[in-house]
Design a protein around this ligand. Structure first.
Ligand SMILES: [Zn+2]
Length: 171
């Protein structure tokens, strides 16, 4: 038998849920009191949520939050991908977001406007040449140019572009 600390009733130990952190292995409040407490609070929470949804302008506010969350998710994901291939430290999502802002969403190689869909992270010193994945060795570039450049240095890549362009002059 065990006494409930809330209703003070003495009842069989089966009327108390197990709790490994208690000396006697049982939660001090009986199942009935727990259930009553739970339902009282559930009603309050549901009522608050209903009132919240009726607040003027709340839908516009929720859309703003969704957009902010989408942004954060984008940088989270890129930071996680970066970490997988990094040898050592890699840039955090906040650093990647700051880098995007510093570049004003522009690809430094092509001058093209970057979007969430067409952008990739370029290692200035490529990973294969021992480059790090820290923010000082990274920049956002357009996907097309990142595919074309691959592991070339800027100088080698620009030379290659000149060779191709010279062979195919504007007509
Ligand atoms: Zn009780």
């Amino acid at each position: 038998m065990k006494q409930c600390t809330k209703c003070k009733m003495i009842s069989p130990r089966d009327n108390f849920v197990g709790d490994k952190n208690r000396p006697d292995g049982k939660y001090p409040i009986c199942k009935d009191c727990r259930s009553r407490y739970y339902h009282a609070n559930r009603d309050r929470v549901i009522r608050q949520a209903q009132e919240y949804r009726k607040r003027p302008g709340i839908h516009a506010q929720i859309q703003v939050w969704h957009k902010q969350y989408a942004d954060r998710r984008f940088f989270y994901k890129r930071s996680a991908n970066l970490k997988l291939r990094a040898n050592g430290d890699s840039a955090t999502y906040l650093e990647l977001a700051r880098l995007w802002k510093q570049q004003r969403g522009i690809c430094p190689l092509t001058g093209r406007r970057l979007t969430r869909d067409n952008s990739q992270l370029d290692h200035v010193v490529p990973l294969v040449n021992g480059g790090r994945s820290t923010v000082s060795n990274l920049r956002w570039v357009h996907r097309d140019v990142n595919y074309a450049k691959r592991d070339l240095s800027d100088a080698a890549f620009i030379d290659l572009c000149r060779v191709v362009a010279a062979r195919h002059p504007l007509t």
